[in-house]
Design a binder for this molecule. Structure first.
Ligand code: NOJ
Ligand code: NOJ
Length: 498
């Protein structure tokens, strides 16, 4: 097999319109053109940050470097970032048409499989290999354990990794490569010999443990973590069935069901949003608002478009209500959000941070949080994905929880007709089309916000300053680029008319 360095892979990927990026004034692009050019630039950075990497010497094959930044130091393989970024690599694989492209991408994915299995077998401060050690949040880029003190364990990681690799396993099974799947991805034997099996065993036995949240700060029971754990177990059960491991399938499904009541209790009907963390038992205090973009990320990371059970899905009115509250909080909090139009007089969505009380800026001179690209692009993806689902359904059920969003879209689309609570809006009703178009326009607003604060050459760091709007903290954050790409994929689905 010809081995391409990861850096060269992006050049193989055909992204229409990518060459347009050479033009000097990125700002003047139509948004659609920009999305294609930026996706190509983002793919380039994403692959450059995967080992072996020209940006980070010493990164092992299959390691995903969070960012080449040394200050703050992001030269690690985070299990969470790695799983999400490899989900995007898998998306490129699914879309690939040329065989050279497919071969190169599969090579990268299998290197990630091997690297991940090595992580599982590396004793670390979270615990012994193949046991509690699976909750370890990050590893050195050469695969060694990170021994420093950190918010550990973080139990979303194994669930996210399993979810990405289960998708890969199904693709390989569809190609008749069962031997490869049994050897590297899923074998029924316990103690586990393969990466997916080990993750599913861990998640199914430890989802009830308290752990640190995805922001590595608060210990407790988190909506995000539980939701992605449930998803991993549901998908794991389906794969176990396909692999003839029926007993395990029943066990994973039973545990997925057992998680549900613990997820439901995060919905606060009085305040009208999903509370990010309950039963805090360690880590940072003082997140008084209980609002966190983690809820929106959870809905995105726990959905498999078109075929899942829509549990706290992007169309769920509780998720949409939470998004309204988050957006309102950040609109008031960050000075940059006072600017509502870009240089072409096009609307800018609200720059979204992690949570209102955030203090982490990634730089020494600032002790207050900022908007993040991955959070702002998550809002874009949420609204595109919701539009796609509702369009495919051909109807929208009005509820007290989604009414504020529908009314805001109504105003944005200058629609005169109003909604009745509990009404069913069907395709053909002028309001239906207005809502779908309104959601897509809203998604565009958030992409424009990211474009406005990003670098005209296509770089994205982790954050942009709440007052000045300039990028800061870890440069070329792999997850920032990954989130741009997946948002654009959700935007482009419309033209494919699913
Ligand atoms: C680094 C973590 O990665 C980040 O999420 C956190 O906010 C800061 N440390 C401060 O605890
Ligand atoms: C800090 C973020 O809070 C965390 O979610 C992420 O995994 C690391 N940075 C690495 O990107």
């Amino acid at each position: 097999m010809v081995k391409h360095s990861n850096y060269s892979i992006w050049a193989l990927i055909a992204i229409a319109g990518a060459s347009a990026f050479a033009a000097p004034s990125a700002r003047a692009y139509e948004l659609g053109q920009w999305t294609q050019a930026q996706s190509a630039r983002s793919a380039q950075t994403l692959f450059r940050n995967i080992g072996p990497s020209t940006a980070v010497p010493g990164a092992a094959r299959g390691a995903v470097v969070a960012s080449p930044s040394r200050d703050p130091d992001y030269r690690y393989h985070w299990v969470r970032d790695g799983a999400l970024v490899m989900g995007t690599v898998l998306g490129f694989y699914e879309r690939a048409v040329k065989s050279a492209e497919k071969t190169a991408l599969l090579g990268t994915l299998l290197e990630f499989v091997d690297f991940s299995r090595r992580n599982q077998l590396t004793p670390n401060p979270s615990g012994p290999a193949d046991g509690l050690g699976l909750g370890e949040p990050k590893f050195m880029v050469d695969g060694g354990a990170f021994e420093g003190s950190w918010g550990r364990p973080q139990n979303d990681g194994p669930a996210l990794r399993a979810t990405t690799l289960i998708r890969l396993a199904h693709l390989l099974l569809d190609q008749g490569r069962e031997k490869l799947v049994r050897e590297k991805l899923y074998d029924p034997s316990v103690p586990a010999r393969t990466v997916i099996k080990a993750d599913l065993e861990f998640v199914s036995r430890h989802w009830g443990d308290s752990s640190f949240d995805l922001w590595e700060e608060v210990r407790g029971d988190h909506f995000y973590t539980r939701l992605v754990q449930r998803r991993a177990l549901m998908e794991g059960a389906a794969l176990a069935d396909r692999m003839g491991d029926g007993g395990a399938a029943r066990w994973y499904r039973s545990q997925a069901r057992a998680i549900e009541p613990t997820i439901e209790r995060h919905w606060d009907a009085n305040r009208g949003f999903v509370v990010a963390t309950l039963d805090r038992d360690g880590g940072l205090e003082g997140k008084a608002s209980d609002l966190d973009v983690a809820v929106i990320l959870g809905a995105l990371h726990a959905s498999s478009p078109g075929k899942d059970d829509r549990y706290f899905h992007v169309t769920d009115d509780r998720v949409l209500a939470t998004a309204e509250k988050i957006s309102e909080a950040f609109r008031k909090l960050y000075a940059i959000n006072g600017r509502e139009r870009d240089g072409d007089n096009q609307p800018l969505g609200v720059g979204i941070g992690r949570y209102p009380e955030d203090h982490y800026s990634g730089v020494a001179h600032q002790n207050s949080g900022n908007p993040w690209f991955l959070a702002t692009f998550a809002f874009a993806e949420l609204y595109y994905a919701c539009a796609n689902e509702w369009e495919a359904d051909g109807r929208i059920r009005v509820t007290p929880a989604n009414l504020p969003l529908l009314r805001r879209l109504k105003a944005r689309q200058r629609l005169r007709m109003d909604f009745e609570p509990k009404e069913l809006i069907r395709a053909g009703d002028p309001r239906f089309q207005a809502m779908i178009e309104g959601l897509r326009a809203l998604g565009d607003d958030y992409l424009r916000r990211g474009r406005f604060h990003g670098d005209p050459g296509g770089a994205f760091s982790e954050q942009f300053n709440r007052d000045s709007g300039y990028m800061q903290s870890a440069e070329e954050l792999t997850w920032s680029h990954s989130s741009l790409i997946t948002a654009v994929w959700a935007r482009d689905l419309r033209s494919r008319g699913r």
